[in-house]
Design a binder for this molecule. Structure first.
Ligand code: ASP
Ligand code: MG
Length: 419
Protein backbone atom coordinates (compact mmCIF):
# COMPACT_ATOMS: atom_id res chain seq x y z
CA UNK A 1 0.00 0.00 0.00
CA UNK A 2 1.37 3.46 -0.78
CA UNK A 3 2.48 5.40 2.29
CA UNK A 4 1.50 9.07 2.47
CA UNK A 5 2.97 11.31 5.16
CA UNK A 6 1.03 14.48 5.87
CA UNK A 7 1.73 17.42 8.12
CA UNK A 8 -0.81 19.91 9.42
CA UNK A 9 0.27 23.25 10.86
CA UNK A 10 -1.10 25.10 13.86
CA UNK A 11 -3.58 27.25 11.93
CA UNK A 12 -5.16 24.11 10.45
CA UNK A 13 -5.62 22.76 13.98
CA UNK A 14 -6.64 25.96 15.75
CA UNK A 15 -9.88 24.64 17.32
CA UNK A 16 -11.93 21.47 17.59
CA UNK A 17 -13.97 22.25 14.44
CA UNK A 18 -10.75 22.63 12.43
CA UNK A 19 -9.43 19.39 13.91
CA UNK A 20 -12.57 17.65 12.60
CA UNK A 21 -11.89 19.16 9.15
CA UNK A 22 -8.34 17.83 9.33
CA UNK A 23 -9.65 14.39 10.33
CA UNK A 24 -11.85 14.37 7.19
CA UNK A 25 -8.87 15.35 5.06
CA UNK A 26 -6.85 12.48 6.58
CA UNK A 27 -9.69 10.05 5.87
CA UNK A 28 -9.86 11.20 2.26
CA UNK A 29 -6.29 9.95 1.78
CA UNK A 30 -7.07 6.68 3.62
CA UNK A 31 -10.13 6.11 1.42
CA UNK A 32 -7.92 6.29 -1.67
CA UNK A 33 -6.23 3.12 -0.39
CA UNK A 34 -3.18 4.72 1.24
CA UNK A 35 -1.47 4.09 4.57
CA UNK A 36 -1.38 7.48 6.27
CA UNK A 37 1.00 8.92 8.85
CA UNK A 38 -0.04 12.38 10.04
CA UNK A 39 2.36 14.76 11.76
CA UNK A 40 0.85 17.64 13.68
CA UNK A 41 1.97 20.97 15.12
CA UNK A 42 0.57 22.49 18.29
CA UNK A 43 -2.97 23.92 18.08
CA UNK A 44 -3.17 27.53 16.83
CA UNK A 45 -0.71 29.83 18.58
CA UNK A 46 -0.08 27.45 21.50
CA UNK A 47 3.71 27.54 21.11
CA UNK A 48 3.77 31.36 21.17
CA UNK A 49 1.51 31.32 24.20
CA UNK A 50 3.75 28.86 26.07
CA UNK A 51 6.86 30.93 25.28
CA UNK A 52 5.10 34.05 26.57
CA UNK A 53 4.07 32.23 29.72
CA UNK A 54 7.66 31.24 30.52
CA UNK A 55 8.87 34.78 29.81
CA UNK A 56 6.39 36.08 32.34
CA UNK A 57 8.54 34.29 34.92
CA UNK A 58 12.00 35.10 33.60
CA UNK A 59 13.66 36.73 30.59
CA UNK A 60 15.93 33.71 30.22
CA UNK A 61 14.07 30.49 30.90
CA UNK A 62 16.16 27.34 31.17
CA UNK A 63 16.43 25.71 27.73
CA UNK A 64 15.84 22.12 28.92
CA UNK A 65 12.69 23.15 30.73
CA UNK A 66 11.55 25.19 27.70
CA UNK A 67 11.69 22.01 25.61
CA UNK A 68 9.68 20.20 28.28
CA UNK A 69 7.13 23.02 28.17
CA UNK A 70 6.88 23.49 24.39
CA UNK A 71 6.61 19.78 23.66
CA UNK A 72 3.30 19.72 25.54
CA UNK A 73 1.68 21.73 22.70
CA UNK A 74 2.04 18.90 20.18
CA UNK A 75 1.05 16.44 22.92
CA UNK A 76 -2.43 17.99 22.93
CA UNK A 77 -2.92 18.02 19.17
CA UNK A 78 -1.90 14.38 18.53
CA UNK A 79 -4.47 13.16 21.04
CA UNK A 80 -7.15 15.55 19.74
CA UNK A 81 -6.71 14.39 16.15
CA UNK A 82 -6.69 10.70 17.12
CA UNK A 83 -9.90 11.29 19.15
CA UNK A 84 -11.51 12.99 16.13
CA UNK A 85 -10.50 10.19 13.74
CA UNK A 86 -11.79 7.47 16.07
CA UNK A 87 -15.06 9.34 16.60
CA UNK A 88 -15.53 9.27 12.82
CA UNK A 89 -14.95 5.52 12.67
CA UNK A 90 -11.34 5.64 11.50
CA UNK A 91 -8.99 3.64 13.71
CA UNK A 92 -6.00 5.75 14.73
CA UNK A 93 -3.24 5.95 17.33
CA UNK A 94 -1.22 8.92 18.55
CA UNK A 95 2.47 8.80 19.42
CA UNK A 96 4.86 11.34 20.82
CA UNK A 97 8.51 11.48 19.74
CA UNK A 98 9.65 9.29 22.61
CA UNK A 99 7.18 6.53 21.73
CA UNK A 100 8.22 6.51 18.06
CA UNK A 101 11.95 7.04 18.64
CA UNK A 102 12.58 10.33 16.84
CA UNK A 103 16.21 10.54 17.92
CA UNK A 104 18.00 13.88 18.01
CA UNK A 105 21.35 15.26 19.04
CA UNK A 106 21.73 16.45 22.63
CA UNK A 107 20.95 20.15 22.06
CA UNK A 108 17.96 21.99 23.39
CA UNK A 109 15.66 24.29 21.38
CA UNK A 110 17.20 23.63 17.96
CA UNK A 111 18.13 19.95 17.85
CA UNK A 112 18.76 18.03 14.64
CA UNK A 113 17.22 14.65 13.99
CA UNK A 114 19.86 11.91 13.86
CA UNK A 115 17.60 8.91 13.25
CA UNK A 116 14.01 7.70 13.29
CA UNK A 117 12.82 4.27 14.37
CA UNK A 118 10.08 3.10 12.05
CA UNK A 119 9.03 -0.25 13.52
CA UNK A 120 6.27 1.07 15.76
CA UNK A 121 4.75 3.19 12.99
CA UNK A 122 4.89 0.31 10.50
CA UNK A 123 3.34 -2.09 13.01
CA UNK A 124 0.33 0.22 13.50
CA UNK A 125 -0.04 0.98 9.78
CA UNK A 126 -0.20 -2.76 9.17
CA UNK A 127 -3.18 -2.89 11.53
CA UNK A 128 -4.96 -0.35 9.32
CA UNK A 129 -4.55 2.54 11.73
CA UNK A 130 -3.75 6.13 10.92
CA UNK A 131 -0.63 6.96 12.91
CA UNK A 132 -0.64 10.49 14.34
CA UNK A 133 2.83 11.68 15.37
CA UNK A 134 3.87 14.79 17.30
CA UNK A 135 5.97 17.14 15.18
CA UNK A 136 8.65 19.52 16.47
CA UNK A 137 9.86 17.24 19.26
CA UNK A 138 12.55 14.62 19.61
CA UNK A 139 14.29 12.48 22.17
CA UNK A 140 17.97 11.96 22.94
CA UNK A 141 19.75 8.68 23.74
CA UNK A 142 19.49 9.70 27.39
CA UNK A 143 15.68 10.16 27.13
CA UNK A 144 15.82 13.95 27.25
CA UNK A 145 13.05 15.77 25.37
CA UNK A 146 14.30 18.15 22.69
CA UNK A 147 12.66 20.45 20.12
CA UNK A 148 13.73 21.09 16.55
CA UNK A 149 13.38 24.90 16.39
CA UNK A 150 10.35 27.02 15.49
CA UNK A 151 8.44 25.62 12.54
CA UNK A 152 10.24 22.31 13.05
CA UNK A 153 7.27 20.02 12.50
CA UNK A 154 7.83 20.39 8.74
CA UNK A 155 11.20 18.76 9.37
CA UNK A 156 9.63 16.01 11.50
CA UNK A 157 7.27 15.21 8.63
CA UNK A 158 9.91 15.10 5.90
CA UNK A 159 12.30 13.07 8.08
CA UNK A 160 9.56 10.54 8.85
CA UNK A 161 8.64 10.40 5.15
CA UNK A 162 12.30 9.75 4.29
CA UNK A 163 12.65 7.06 6.98
CA UNK A 164 9.48 5.29 5.81
CA UNK A 165 10.39 5.77 2.13
CA UNK A 166 6.93 7.28 1.77
CA UNK A 167 5.44 7.84 -1.65
CA UNK A 168 4.74 11.49 -0.90
CA UNK A 169 4.93 14.11 1.84
CA UNK A 170 2.13 16.70 1.86
CA UNK A 171 2.57 19.81 3.98
CA UNK A 172 -0.93 21.14 4.62
CA UNK A 173 -1.27 24.76 5.58
CA UNK A 174 -3.77 27.63 5.52
CA UNK A 175 -2.65 28.92 2.12
CA UNK A 176 -2.88 27.18 -1.23
CA UNK A 177 0.79 26.68 -1.85
CA UNK A 178 4.00 28.63 -2.14
CA UNK A 179 3.30 32.27 -2.86
CA UNK A 180 2.75 35.53 -1.10
CA UNK A 181 -0.32 36.20 0.96
CA UNK A 182 0.73 39.65 1.99
CA UNK A 183 -1.24 42.12 -0.12
CA UNK A 184 0.63 45.01 1.50
CA UNK A 185 3.66 44.01 -0.52
CA UNK A 186 2.62 42.49 -3.82
CA UNK A 187 -1.14 42.61 -4.32
CA UNK A 188 -1.09 40.50 -7.49
CA UNK A 189 1.04 37.64 -6.22
CA UNK A 190 -0.05 34.17 -7.23
CA UNK A 191 0.66 30.58 -6.38
CA UNK A 192 3.57 28.77 -8.05
CA UNK A 193 2.71 25.38 -9.61
CA UNK A 194 6.27 24.14 -9.20
CA UNK A 195 9.38 25.38 -7.46
CA UNK A 196 12.73 23.68 -6.90
CA UNK A 197 14.08 22.46 -3.53
CA UNK A 198 17.09 24.68 -4.12
CA UNK A 199 15.01 27.84 -4.58
CA UNK A 200 12.79 27.10 -1.59
CA UNK A 201 15.89 26.46 0.49
CA UNK A 202 17.39 29.81 -0.42
CA UNK A 203 14.06 31.55 0.11
CA UNK A 204 13.70 29.96 3.53
CA UNK A 205 17.27 30.94 4.44
CA UNK A 206 16.76 34.55 3.43
CA UNK A 207 13.66 34.93 5.55
CA UNK A 208 10.72 33.59 3.55
CA UNK A 209 8.37 31.78 5.82
CA UNK A 210 7.57 28.97 3.39
CA UNK A 211 8.94 25.81 4.98
CA UNK A 212 11.41 24.98 7.73
CA UNK A 213 14.79 25.01 5.90
CA UNK A 214 15.90 21.68 7.37
CA UNK A 215 12.70 20.10 6.02
CA UNK A 216 13.70 21.13 2.51
CA UNK A 217 17.33 20.02 3.03
CA UNK A 218 16.09 16.60 4.16
CA UNK A 219 13.67 16.37 1.23
CA UNK A 220 16.46 17.24 -1.19
CA UNK A 221 18.91 14.76 0.37
CA UNK A 222 16.44 11.87 0.31
CA UNK A 223 14.48 12.92 -2.81
CA UNK A 224 11.19 13.07 -0.90
CA UNK A 225 8.44 14.32 -3.24
CA UNK A 226 6.98 17.31 -1.43
CA UNK A 227 3.79 19.31 -1.86
CA UNK A 228 2.63 22.42 -0.02
CA UNK A 229 -1.17 22.50 -0.13
CA UNK A 230 -4.27 23.84 1.57
CA UNK A 231 -6.09 22.06 4.39
CA UNK A 232 -9.27 23.81 3.41
CA UNK A 233 -9.12 23.13 -0.36
CA UNK A 234 -7.97 19.54 -0.52
CA UNK A 235 -8.78 19.21 -4.24
CA UNK A 236 -6.15 21.84 -5.05
CA UNK A 237 -2.76 20.20 -5.63
CA UNK A 238 -0.88 23.21 -4.25
CA UNK A 239 2.77 23.69 -5.14
CA UNK A 240 5.00 20.78 -6.08
CA UNK A 241 8.61 21.00 -4.92
CA UNK A 242 11.07 19.15 -7.14
CA UNK A 243 14.73 19.07 -8.08
CA UNK A 244 16.09 22.04 -10.01
CA UNK A 245 17.04 19.76 -12.91
CA UNK A 246 13.40 18.85 -13.41
CA UNK A 247 12.36 22.48 -13.68
CA UNK A 248 11.79 24.37 -16.85
CA UNK A 249 13.13 27.78 -16.10
CA UNK A 250 11.38 30.79 -17.55
CA UNK A 251 12.53 33.68 -15.39
CA UNK A 252 15.88 34.43 -13.79
CA UNK A 253 14.26 35.31 -10.47
CA UNK A 254 11.50 33.27 -8.82
CA UNK A 255 11.17 34.95 -5.47
CA UNK A 256 11.82 38.01 -3.39
CA UNK A 257 12.13 37.88 0.38
CA UNK A 258 12.68 40.34 3.19
CA UNK A 259 14.06 39.44 6.59
CA UNK A 260 13.74 42.10 9.27
CA UNK A 261 14.86 39.86 12.11
CA UNK A 262 18.61 40.36 11.65
CA UNK A 263 21.04 42.60 13.47
CA UNK A 264 24.26 44.02 12.01
CA UNK A 265 27.36 44.03 14.18
CA UNK A 266 30.48 45.97 13.21
CA UNK A 267 33.80 45.29 14.91
CA UNK A 268 35.76 48.50 14.40
CA UNK A 269 39.52 48.73 13.89
CA UNK A 270 40.52 45.14 14.42
CA UNK A 271 44.19 44.38 13.71
CA UNK A 272 44.73 43.10 10.16
CA UNK A 273 46.63 39.88 10.85
CA UNK A 274 46.07 36.19 10.23
CA UNK A 275 43.72 34.51 12.71
CA UNK A 276 41.56 37.50 13.66
CA UNK A 277 38.47 36.43 11.71
CA UNK A 278 39.07 32.81 12.74
CA UNK A 279 39.12 33.79 16.40
CA UNK A 280 36.01 35.98 16.15
CA UNK A 281 33.84 33.46 14.32
CA UNK A 282 35.07 30.53 16.44
CA UNK A 283 33.97 32.42 19.55
CA UNK A 284 30.55 32.99 18.03
CA UNK A 285 30.26 29.36 16.91
CA UNK A 286 31.27 28.05 20.35
CA UNK A 287 28.40 30.05 21.75
CA UNK A 288 25.97 28.73 19.17
CA UNK A 289 25.47 32.06 17.41
CA UNK A 290 25.06 31.59 13.67
CA UNK A 291 26.35 34.28 11.41
CA UNK A 292 24.77 35.15 8.09
CA UNK A 293 26.36 37.93 6.02
CA UNK A 294 30.02 38.85 6.53
CA UNK A 295 32.07 41.75 5.16
CA UNK A 296 35.67 42.62 5.92
CA UNK A 297 36.81 46.04 4.82
CA UNK A 298 40.02 46.81 2.97
CA UNK A 299 42.90 47.20 5.44
CA UNK A 300 43.80 50.77 6.40
CA UNK A 301 47.52 51.07 5.81
CA UNK A 302 47.88 53.88 8.37
CA UNK A 303 47.33 51.69 11.42
CA UNK A 304 47.02 48.26 9.82
CA UNK A 305 43.46 47.67 10.95
CA UNK A 306 40.16 46.99 9.25
CA UNK A 307 36.49 46.59 10.14
CA UNK A 308 34.61 43.31 10.18
CA UNK A 309 30.84 43.50 9.87
CA UNK A 310 28.44 40.57 10.10
CA UNK A 311 24.78 39.86 10.76
CA UNK A 312 23.16 37.53 13.27
CA UNK A 313 19.55 36.71 14.09
CA UNK A 314 18.07 39.15 16.61
CA UNK A 315 17.14 36.19 18.83
CA UNK A 316 20.89 35.68 19.40
CA UNK A 317 21.55 39.31 20.37
CA UNK A 318 21.28 38.68 24.09
CA UNK A 319 23.87 35.91 23.83
CA UNK A 320 26.13 38.27 21.86
CA UNK A 321 25.71 41.00 24.47
CA UNK A 322 27.08 38.63 27.09
CA UNK A 323 30.19 38.00 24.96
CA UNK A 324 30.70 41.54 23.71
CA UNK A 325 33.21 42.83 26.23
CA UNK A 326 35.30 39.64 26.02
CA UNK A 327 35.34 39.67 22.20
CA UNK A 328 36.32 43.34 22.09
CA UNK A 329 39.26 42.74 24.39
CA UNK A 330 40.33 39.49 22.73
CA UNK A 331 40.34 41.02 19.24
CA UNK A 332 41.61 44.43 20.22
CA UNK A 333 38.69 46.20 18.49
CA UNK A 334 38.28 49.92 19.19
CA UNK A 335 34.50 49.68 19.29
CA UNK A 336 31.51 47.43 18.50
CA UNK A 337 28.49 48.93 16.73
CA UNK A 338 25.14 47.16 16.83
CA UNK A 339 22.50 48.16 14.29
CA UNK A 340 19.03 46.70 14.78
CA UNK A 341 17.21 48.81 12.18
CA UNK A 342 18.19 46.79 9.17
CA UNK A 343 16.52 44.39 6.74
CA UNK A 344 17.92 41.83 4.36
CA UNK A 345 16.20 41.91 0.99
CA UNK A 346 16.93 39.01 -1.33
CA UNK A 347 16.16 37.76 -4.80
CA UNK A 348 16.25 34.02 -5.48
CA UNK A 349 16.06 32.06 -8.71
CA UNK A 350 17.69 29.03 -10.29
CA UNK A 351 17.41 30.93 -13.58
CA UNK A 352 20.10 33.41 -12.52
CA UNK A 353 22.85 30.80 -12.88
CA UNK A 354 25.08 31.89 -15.76
CA UNK A 355 22.84 34.85 -16.60
CA UNK A 356 24.85 38.06 -16.40
CA UNK A 357 23.39 41.36 -15.25
CA UNK A 358 21.01 40.16 -12.54
CA UNK A 359 23.01 41.73 -9.70
CA UNK A 360 23.34 44.95 -11.68
CA UNK A 361 19.56 45.08 -12.23
CA UNK A 362 18.96 44.51 -8.52
CA UNK A 363 21.36 47.25 -7.42
CA UNK A 364 20.00 49.65 -10.05
CA UNK A 365 16.41 49.00 -8.90
CA UNK A 366 17.42 49.89 -5.33
CA UNK A 367 19.37 52.94 -6.51
CA UNK A 368 16.32 54.17 -8.44
CA UNK A 369 14.43 54.17 -5.15
CA UNK A 370 17.32 55.95 -3.40
CA UNK A 371 17.94 52.96 -1.15
CA UNK A 372 21.48 52.61 0.13
CA UNK A 373 23.00 49.10 0.18
CA UNK A 374 24.94 48.36 3.37
CA UNK A 375 26.11 44.82 2.69
CA UNK A 376 25.84 42.32 -0.17
CA UNK A 377 25.97 38.53 -0.14
CA UNK A 378 25.52 36.11 -3.00
CA UNK A 379 25.22 32.41 -3.73
CA UNK A 380 24.75 30.69 -7.07
CA UNK A 381 21.00 31.31 -7.00
CA UNK A 382 20.61 34.22 -4.56
CA UNK A 383 21.61 37.85 -4.08
CA UNK A 384 20.96 39.56 -0.74
CA UNK A 385 21.34 43.23 0.10
CA UNK A 386 21.22 44.72 3.55
CA UNK A 387 19.24 47.97 3.67
CA UNK A 388 17.71 50.21 6.31
CA UNK A 389 14.60 48.55 7.73
CA UNK A 390 12.34 51.44 6.74
CA UNK A 391 13.06 50.74 3.07
CA UNK A 392 12.38 46.99 3.15
CA UNK A 393 8.86 47.18 1.76
CA UNK A 394 9.77 49.66 -0.96
CA UNK A 395 12.73 47.46 -1.92
CA UNK A 396 10.59 44.31 -2.24
CA UNK A 397 8.06 46.15 -4.40
CA UNK A 398 10.76 47.61 -6.63
CA UNK A 399 12.44 44.21 -7.08
CA UNK A 400 9.16 42.45 -7.91
CA UNK A 401 8.56 45.07 -10.56
CA UNK A 402 11.98 44.97 -12.16
CA UNK A 403 12.05 41.17 -12.32
CA UNK A 404 8.42 40.98 -13.54
CA UNK A 405 7.32 38.94 -10.57
CA UNK A 406 4.02 40.53 -9.80
CA UNK A 407 2.13 37.58 -11.19
CA UNK A 408 4.03 34.60 -9.93
CA UNK A 409 6.18 35.54 -7.07
CA UNK A 410 7.27 34.32 -3.73
CA UNK A 411 7.46 37.51 -1.71
CA UNK A 412 7.70 36.46 1.87
CA UNK A 413 8.58 38.30 4.97
CA UNK A 414 10.15 37.21 8.23
CA UNK A 415 9.52 39.72 10.99
CA UNK A 416 7.39 42.80 10.60
CA UNK A 417 7.88 45.39 7.91
CA UNK A 418 7.55 49.05 8.76
CA UNK A 419 5.11 50.87 6.43
N1 ASP B 1 4.61 24.31 17.17
C1 ASP B 1 5.93 24.63 16.74
C2 ASP B 1 6.02 26.12 16.40
O1 ASP B 1 5.06 26.84 16.51
C3 ASP B 1 6.38 23.78 15.61
C4 ASP B 1 5.67 24.00 14.30
O2 ASP B 1 4.61 24.60 14.25
O3 ASP B 1 6.17 23.53 13.29
O4 ASP B 1 7.07 26.55 16.02
MG1 MG C 1 5.06 26.25 9.98
Amino acid sequence: MPIIVQKYGGTSLADSEKIKTVAKSVMKEVNKGNSVVTIVSAMGHTTDYLIKLAHEITERPDSREMDMLLSTGEGVSIAMLAIALKSMGQDAISFNAMQVGIMTEETHSNARIVGIKTDKIKEQLAKGKVVVVAGFQGITEGYEITTLGRGGSDTSAVAIAAALKADRCDIYTDVEGVYTTDPRIVPKAQKLEKVSYEEILELARVGANVLHPRAVETALQHSVPLRVRSTFKTDDLGTLIIGVNDMEIYKPVTGVAADTSQVRIVMCDVPDRPGTAGKLFSLLAENNISVDMIIQSYARSSNNTNDIAFTIDSSDLMKFDDLKAGIKAELGASNIHIDEDIAKVSIVGAGMIDKPGIAASMFQALTNENINIKMIATSEIKISCLVDKIYAKKAVQALCKVFELECDVVAEVKGTLPD
